[in-house]
Design a protein around this ligand. Structure first.
Ligand SMILES: C[S@@+](CC[C@H](N)C(=O)[O-])C[C@H]1O[C@@H](n2cnc3c(N)ncnc32)[C@H](O)[C@@H]1O
Length: 250
């Protein structure tokens, strides 16, 4: 895995914070992130016996929810480049010995899977952290089977100025102090600027369409402070020439 300097820094950061990552997430989301993750899994439309993918799986929250929804007979592969996070995911998966989980240490910008491999996918708070969003979406598109859906949960900047001010206040006055209590002030100070830089819902939709997804919708949740980008790799690409042929055939 060859990473640029920024990606290598991100990998080290998430490796280092792995032991307290889950506890801190629960604290800063007031326990709500589990609900947002359940919604994300639902949007990915997993079916029994599917092979699911969770990108930037971290300590495994979304992958475990996805695997429980898919059940026996299918499985989930979680990919992350931070070994410390994967070690926690592996331990947590031991609670479900009847389900099939695989944890791969890898770069989501260069996925070690063949084309058209997965039936559904999720990603939580990962797209904002990758160093090349268009490339990540192209890789996701490549490895999904035609007809498969993916749901991507992340922070979002609300369009309402009052809610935007509230979000900034929350990140500065709740998230950073909570991180301070875990001795991780600088590690969590990155969230506010990363939310600022992250494409808005409509920009994410355009990026997904450019990556090849025939259908893409961004659903704002938590008053627009979070959002879920839901994308579908259409069975037949929406191509003007193809649409013309269909009309002629019909
Ligand atoms: C904010 S955490 C999210 C973890 C988990 N999905 C969750 O919702 O709790 C972001 C994760 O993305 C991973 N990550 C960032 N860039 C990556 C890349 N290029 N390849 C693999 N993992 C990456 C980090 O290691 C980190 O575990």
């Amino acid at each position: 895995m060859t990473l640029n300097v920024r990606a290598a820094e991100i990998k080290v950061l998430f490796h280092r914070i792995a032991p307290v990552y889950d506890a801190l997430n629960n604290r800063i989301s007031l326990g709500q992130h589990g609900i947002w993750k359940l919604m994300t899994v639902k949007w990915a439309e997993p079916k029994p016996e599917d092979l699911g993918l969770d990108l930037c799986c971290g300590s495994g929250d979304l992958a475990l929810l996805l695997g429980r929804k898919i059940g026996t007979g299918g499985g989930v592969i979680g990919v992350d480049f931070a070994a410390g996070q994967l070690a926690i995911a592996r331990t947590r998966a031991n609670k479900y010995p009847w389900l099939d989980f695989n944890w791969i240490e890898g770069d989501v910008l260069d996925l070690p899977f063949p084309d058209n491999h997965f039936d559904c996918a999720t990603m939580g708070y990962g797209l904002r952290n990758v160093t090349d969003i268009p490339r990540c979406l192209r890789e996701l598109y490549r490895v999904l089977k035609p007809g498969a859906k993916a749901a991507i949960l992340d922070f979002h900047r609300p369009s309402n100025p009052a809610l935007r001010r509230f979000q900034q206040w929350y990140l500065d006055k709740v998230v950073v102090p909570a991180a301070r209590s875990f001795n991780l002030t600088s590690e969590y100070a990155y969230i506010a600027p990363s939310v600022e830089r992250f494409p808005t819902g409509s920009e994410q939709v355009k990026l997904a369409q450019s990556a090849g997804f025939g259908a893409a919708t961004h659903y704002p949740i938590v008053n627009g402070m979070m959002g879920v980008l839901v994308v579908t790799k259409l069975s037949r690409p929406r191509h003007p020439r193809w649409r013309g042929q269909r009309r002629k055939e019909g």
